[in-house]
Design a protein around this ligand. Sequence first.
Ligand code: ZN
Length: 313
Amino acid sequence: MQSLNKNIPATFVLFLFVAWSGYAQKKISIVTSLPDLASIAQEVGGDKVEATSIAKGYQDPHFVDAKPSYMISLQKADLFIEMGLDLEIGWVPLLVDGARNPAIQPGGKGFLDASTGVPLLEIPSGDPTKLRAEGDIHVYGNPHYWLDPQRGKVIAKNIFDALVALRPENKDYFKKNLDAFDKKIDEKTAVWIAKLAPLKGTKIIAFHNSWPYLTERFGLQVQAFIEPKPGIPPTPKHLVSLIKLIQEQNIGSIIIEPYYSKKSAEILAEKTNAQIVELATSVGAEKSINSYFDLFDYNVNRLVDALGKSAHH
Ligand SMILES: [Zn+2]
């Protein structure tokens, strides 16, 4: 009896030690809606986190299949991050509800809307419910804000805050990573701006309204969209008006996201001198785009090549 009483505390201390070291080493499991968020989360979280994305970079972020297998990865997540602004309204709420993981429900410590505090463009004045009923899918302002690298710093700060709330003991480590991310973004933004400076003011046509943050940052001018409204397919009449516009304004390029049909763009290209330029909207859209930095390297180089060429036409 005596020896058992003595042994209990020793066993208990050993148990505590094992539990504590297991906790200290366990990585924070982060699941994000889009790969851009996973890339930034990995930069800020470093080796203390494991970040994965549900959507692939070549998928339309507005419409992703809410597959049950995604719920399984969400079941074990410590943190879920979405772009917000209803971008993922068609699939994220289904998955987060279906995951039955109280830690990642909206309003909790394990749920992050990355758009918090991001300066938005194109906030409509109308009632969001009414606008959505009319088919518009950008009812709270343009949700493609991650396509400005400077707004990527706001995303990174939001992720930093969420990580500190989950692991306050790692605050200094996360802060060091956040500062390094910001510094690299600033340095690279200057390079990207310089590369695109000769093309400043170039007029382009876009398929979907994915680009206001990118074009504002880098000085390009989207004159019109193939979609008459975000989410609404073009009518023949709309295409005719675009052909006229392209000819009148001598527009050289039509930019398109990887996941849209190129049929309408091809009609425009056939009837005018404009070329089709496919840009990446997310990390992973192309094999070479493995990080948030790669995303801009790719798009900037693509724009310099394509628009530079059409300028010499
Ligand atoms: Zn959109």
